[in-house]
Write a protein that binds this ligand. Structure first.
Ligand SMILES: Nc1ncnc2c1ncn2[C@@H]1O[C@H](COP(=O)(O)OP(=O)(O)OP(=O)(O)O)[C@@H](O)[C@H]1O
Ligand SMILES: [Mg+2]
Length: 492
């Protein structure tokens, strides 16, 4: 029981028949608002918070949510769209929308189409929103008991099926292989394997340094294959302590451990007939590795705190940026699990080994940044592109993307991105020719001779590092024939 200071309303917290508290879900991209809502409700309800639509849908699937309240204005998925999809997952939940004055058309639409039960206008008073939630709980109890909404829900459900098709197509487009940029022979080889493997259920192990596109590729494999209509869920295996990770992946029964207040479905069940992406698989503990092996061998999972096993049909894609073979050799990773995971292994080469991909990627990120910031930069100056081509890119494609976004943000009135608009690190002379052996220091004042010396230096290094002329040419970003000619001319 709580009472609101400054108002005479006092509301007793309602309970389910079995004495449990009702669960509320708030979806808003503004953390400050989520915090306020949590404080307003946490004494009386189980409060769940999501920073965006996707996170919200996942919570809806797992938790027995009675009332869901979403902000209309969110980047990515708007409130109306989220609530529409919420109907499909949890039709009995009462849906409300938080809106500002400007969203009124969206509200009218949503109300008319039965997607939301009511809306809450910004700014709200805390006693007012508490009363609204209380009324929503009453409505929830009613609809639960009497099943009144069944017919209306079925209709909404059918409509959503149709609209979902459209949404899915959009998502598919976003993750299809076309979105993965790569003209280099190395990436072309990756595409060949991806296309073949997407059609199958084979377990895939993605390896590669940070920022090489493992996430992007994992999604593409899912959305290009026959499981695309089912869920794709991702879990970073390095981010949680063992018990929590186990409960995330396999689920738990109420009371399985301290803090397990209710039954919870694990991601393996949520992604049944879909795909699960296990990121940073190399970080898993020995205990976890045993459990994963069991899923891979028998397709069975056992939620924490239960004795019964359940069958799941999940495609597994795993990723790591460490050398898993070495982890096996040194006894930190189970060999049997390693072989189960790498039925197909796809290695994403670092960007510095496929420099011909830099220009198309740079233009791709420039387009994105232009759109995002409402700018219209035209491209790169020669010296700007030269710098990008020469950089080591230890953070790979992600680092390149960030660099270009930064340059666009700071571009002012510039038409093209030039060398001096790039960050110190990229411009700095140290990083440029650092790869492997000694750096290059000009000893001559004649420009042409110095440039030739530099070319000799870079070519020698490239051949030494890559072990072949064609790979060296790729790394240097020039055709193999040009490299051959250049070597002749330079007397190499
Ligand atoms: N070939 C590519 N084409 C277009 N964008 C790419 C490509 N590769 C990576 N990106 C973009 O670069 C960023 C980093 O990629 P991603 O998150 O997939 O890397 P990762 O390998 O999973 O890195 P980490 O090991 O750090 O998790 C993302 O924004 C992704 O969209
Ligand atoms: Mg990743």
């Amino acid at each position: 029981m709580t009472s609101d200071p400054g108002s005479s309303i006092s509301i007793e917290a309602p309970r389910r028949e079995d004495g449990r508290r009702y669960a509320l879900l708030f979806v808003d991209d503004e953390e400050a608002i989520l915090e306020t809502l949590q404080m307003t409700f946490e004494d009386d309800y189980d409060v769940h918070l999501a920073k965006g639509g996707d996170e919200g849908l996942e919570l809806l699937e797992r938790e027995e949510i009675a009332v869901v309240i979403a902000d209309q204005r969110m980047p990515g998925m708007e409130g109306a769209e989220f609530l529409e999809r919420a109907v499909e997952i949890r039709p009995e939940a009462i849906r409300m929308m938080i809106t500002g004055y400007a969203d009124i058309t969206a509200v009218i639409h949503a109300v008319n189409e039965g997607r939301i039960h009511r809306y809450i206008q910004k700014p709200w008073e805390s006693h007012e929103i508490r009363l609204n939630v209380r009324q929503a709980i009453d409505a929830y109890q009613l609809s639960h008991e009497k099943g009144q909404l069944a017919a209306a829900l079925k209709e909404a459900h059918d409509r959503l099926r149709r609209e979902n098709l459209y949404l899915r197509r959009e998502v598919e487009r976003r993750y299809a292989f076309e979105e993965i940029i790569g003209e280099s022979p190395a990436m072309q080889k990756v595409f060949d394997v991806l296309e073949k493997v997407a059609e199958t259920d084979a377990t895939v192990l993605l390896t590669g340094e940070t920022g090489t596109g493992k996430d992007l590729v994992a999604r593409a494999v899912h959305y290009a294959g026959p499981r695309k209509k089912r869920r794709f869920v991702a879990q970073n295996c390095g981010a949680l302590p063992e018990t929590l990770l186990e409960s995330e992946l396999f689920g738990h029964k109420r009371g399985a451990f301290t803090g397990a207040h209710a039954d919870k479905k694990g991601l393996f069940e949520i992604s049944d007939r879909g795909t699960i992406f296990l990121d940073e698989i190399g970080e898993t503990t020995p205990g976890m590795q045993v459990r994963l092996l069991r899923v891979l061998q028998d397709g069975e999972i056992r939620p924490l705190g239960t004795a019964d096993t359940r069958r799941v049909d999940v495609r597994i894609i795993a990723a790591t940026n460490c050398d898993l073979r070495k982890e096996v050799e040194e006894g930190r990773f189970r060999e049997d699990l390693y072989y189960r995971l790498r039925v197909v292994e796809i290695h994403l080469p670092p960007l510095r080994e496929r420099r011909t991909d830099i220009p198309p990627l740079a233009h791709h990120f420039l387009d994105q940044a232009n759109k995002k910031m409402g700018k219209s930069l035209q491209g790169f100056t020669n010296d700007g592109m030269d710098r990008l081509m020469a950089c080591e890119w230890t953070g790979n494609v992600r680092e390149l993307g960030n660099e270009i976004e930064r340059a666009v943000a700071l571009a002012g009135g510039a038409e093209r991105i030039s060398a001096e608009m790039l960050s110190e690190e990229i411009r700095g002379p140290r990083r440029e020719f650092e790869s492997g052996g000694g750096g290059f220091t000009p000893t001559d004042t004649d420009l042409n001779r110095t440039v030739d010396d530099l070319k000799r230096h870079m070519i020698r290094e490239a051949i030494r590092d890559t072990g072949s002329k064609s790979k060296a040419a790729e790394r240097l970003g020039i055709p193999r024939q040009s490299l051959q000619k250049m070597m002749k001319r330079l007397g190499l």
